[in-house]
Unconditional design. Structure first.
Ligand SMILES: Nc1ncnc2c1ncn2[C@@H]1O[C@H](COP(=O)(O)OP(=O)(O)O)[C@@H](O)[C@H]1O
Ligand SMILES: [Mg+2]
Length: 333
């Protein structure tokens, strides 16, 4: 449904998007991850035809976004970064207006507006002018606008931004369920959202795609993926380290808890046989007659992988070329 081919975008001397290619099929929710200034919003603006690429091309269900823009845009719902809307209109009037632009009329228009007011939790503010809304409600009004025409393609720039935790949860559920029969791209910098709603992840860093795969694949790149963490009763860390470290399957042991023995054991080799490693560890513990309260295989930490993959971006000065303003103020904070 969405096809981006070798997309490049220059802003004057700044290379914001550097040869990005990917595809999104119906039934996929693609998570677009990356640090601030990585080029996520710019890529989304290009996909939706809001700005043209310097090079490359975008197809939406076979329609070129530049040559056949109207047909392509009919298929797209877009939630941009700074949720623009007419400030003096009420929420309901704005949604009616957008529904008309999207070609809806009569009962279909009213039904569409009621549907999104409900699914985006806008009941309480439906008659309120948009300029008087809090950031969260304004954002949700724009979210509602993007799904009014029930488009097969959704491009959403940080859709949970400004929501409280319950609303974040609801919106993630909504996106996940819409993803069953739409092609969706969502940008986020909240890693737990990847698990909550995405079945594929692209990480972009300084304009380049540095990862494209499943959330599990991403997590599998974590250093701790495949390690076994165990809490042993009545033993000291040092003793546990030397005894368990001697097991043939164990590459190394790290003691996580002081005093008590919460330890993490790393397997030798590539850790492919996860179940087998956990079994070997528990056999080793039983052989010693040691009791343990907890034993589990680590699936990996997204945050750790994300930092490792995008590390270069945090190097001092490296941001210059990609707009360091946000990075500097974040560092100062
Ligand atoms: N209209 C613009 N003019 C100049 N530079 C821009 C413009 N829009 C974005 N940029 C720059 O392009 C880079 C990517 O920005 P953006 O796509 O907003 O990143 P993200 O959404 O990943 O935080 C940044 O360095 C940003 O400063
Ligand atoms: Mg952005």
């Amino acid at each position: 449904m969405i096809k981006a081919q070798n997309v490049v975008k220059w802003f004057g001397p700044t290379l914001a998007v550097d040869n990005v290619s990917f595809e999104v099929k119906r039934g996929e929710v693609l998570g677009f991850l990356g640090p601030n200034g990585a080029g996520k919003s710019t890529t989304m603006r290009i996909i939706t035809g809001f700005i043209p690429p310097s090079r490359g091309r975008i197809e939406i269900d076979g329609h070129d976004i530049e040559e056949d823009g109207i047909a392509a845009k009919r298929l797209i719902g877009y939630l941009p970064e700074n949720a623009p809307a007419y400030p003096e209109m009420s929420v309901a009037a704005f949604l009616m207006f957008v529904a008309e632009i999207r070609g809806l009329s009569g009962a279909a228009k009213r039904e569409a507006v009621e549907r999104v007011i409900k699914s985006c939790f806008l009941e309480r503010v439906r008659h309120q002018p948009i300029e008087t809304l809090s950031k969260g409600y304004r954002h949700r009004t724009c979210f509602a606008q993007s799904i009014l025409h029930d488009p097969p393609v959704l491009v959403m720039d940080e859709p949970t931004d400004g929501l409280d935790p319950n609303q974040k949860h609801e919106v993630r559920q909504l996106i996940k369920s819409m993803g069953q029969n739409k092609a969706i791209i969502v940008s986020t910098h909240i890693l737990e959202e990847v698990d909550a709603m995405c079945n594929r992840v692209i990480i972009i860093d300084r304009g380049r795609v540095v990862f494209n795969g499943g959330p599990d694949e991403l997590r599998g790149r974590s250093d701790v993926a495949g390690a076994v963490t165990v809490r042993i009763r009545d033993r000291k860390g040092d003793e546990v380290r030397s005894v368990l470290g001697a097991l043939p399957q164990v590459a190394r042991v790290s003691v996580l808890g002081d005093g008590g023995a919460l330890v993490r054991l790393f397997p030798k080799g590539d850790g492919a046989a996860r179940g087998a490693f956990a079994a070997a560890v528990s056999d080793g513990l039983r052989g010693k007659g040691w009791a343990f309260d907890e034993l589990h295989t680590e699936s990996g930490e997204l945050e750790e992988v994300f930092r490792a993959i995008t590390q270069s971006d945090t190097v001092d000065g490296a941001r210059k070329a990609t707009g360091g303003g946000e990075a500097k103020s974040a560092a100062a904070a």
